[in-house]
Design a protein around this ligand. Structure first.
Ligand SMILES: Nc1ncnc2c1ncn2[C@@H]1O[C@H](COP(=O)(O)OP(=O)(O)O)[C@@H](O)[C@H]1O
Ligand SMILES: [Mg+2]
Length: 300
């Protein structure tokens, strides 16, 4: 059958997940090559060489390593995607890596998101007016993660404090979102190939407004209503992404669910989270294997 390349994170149980993926793909008759870190690849006259192999000969490339992405790696990923079906496809992946571009696409598809505003760094007066209009705004770097690189601005004093600081950075533009009044917990909906895989949530630590585990939040088991799943599916479809972890919160002021972001490399449950009862890993692996198998068949 086909030749499948994989680059997968190894920490937090990723190595075990990868082994399962490989063995299921081999059962289907595919040849699987793991550890393809494009950081070590070179491009040369119509080929992309990694470990003496031309990656353009792959039938599918599965890229699933958020922690070790370098700019060079991502650059080659975009090029490889034009020759080989990649999961996620590069275009959707790069939209998902950018909060502004994601929200822009979601809005166009009618998916509720926080109100947002983006302008050149020198348009300070516009930013000022927007923050004053909203009362409470979140400054974000468009490519941040883990709740880092964000600031909540809820007064003129804070704004006056943060603007000179931001002007010292190399940001070319400012991106802000209206602060959403929510209960400090979120929903994470895992999807593969448009299908529902799992729903769980996270709860912010006492006194924090961010739910991220890296910001002290904790994972919680939670059921979710069909409405939340449908919203997640609509969001994934809007950016054309195959594998997604959609973050959703409930906006208390407008009494509706809104999508905060779409993660293109949502982690599998760690062994600790599995022990807590998050039991979706096998289902997710199975769906990813089916997706890869289909991509290979489509190419051949
Ligand atoms: N507009 C907002 N209003 C209220 N809370 C927000 C808003 N944006 C982000 N948050 C909180 O901050 C967390 C991190 O924001 P997010 O945009 O998902 O960035 P990251 O990529 O760092 O996870 C969210 O999970 C949520 O708890
Ligand atoms: Mg997030």
């Amino acid at each position: 059958m086909g030749k499948v390349g994989i680059w997968m994170y190894q920490n937090g149980g990723g190595d075990r997940i990868e082994q399962k993926l490989v063995s299921l793909l081999e059962d289907l008759g595919h040849e699987v090559i793991t550890g393809i870190n494009l950081r070590h690849a070179v491009a040369e006259s119509g080929k992309m060489i990694w470990n003496e192999m031309d990656l353009y000969e792959l039938d599918c490339f599965f890229s699933y390593n958020a922690g070790e992405q370098t700019r060079y790696q991502v650059y080659l990923y975009g090029v490889l995607d034009r020759h080989v079906p990649c999961i996620n496809n590069y275009q959707a992946f790069s939209i998902s890596e950018d909060k502004f571009q994601t929200n822009d696409m979601l809005r166009a598809a009618g998916v509720p998101t926080p109100d947002y505003f983006l302008c050149h760094r020198e348009d300070v007066e516009r930013i000022r007016a927007k923050v004053m209009e909203w009362g409470k705004a979140v400054f974000k770097t468009v490519d941040g993660w883990g709740g880092m690189g964000m600031a909540l601005v809820d007064s003129k004093d804070k704004l006056d404090m943060i603007l000179p600081f931001l002007n010292q950075t190399d940001l070319r533009f400012f991106y802000i979102e209206k602060f959403i009044d929510y209960d400090g917990s979120d929903y994470r909906i895992d999807l593969v190939d448009g299908e529902f895989v799992a729903c769980y949530g996270r709860k912010a630590k006492e006194g924090d407004w961010r739910t991220n585990v890296t910001s002290g939040g904790s994972v919680i088991l939670r059921e979710c209503e069909p409405e939340v799943i449908e919203l997640a599916k609509k969001a994934a479809k809007a950016i054309g992404i195959e594998i997604a972890g959609v973050d959703i919160i409930y906006d208390r002021a407008h009494e509706r669910y809104i999508v905060l972001e779409v993660n293109g490399i949502p982690a599998f449950a760690t062994p600790e989270q599995e022990a807590m009862g998050l039991d979706f890993n096998d289902k997710k692996i199975e769906k990813i294997v089916r997706l890869i198998d289909r991509k290979v068949k489509e190419k051949r």
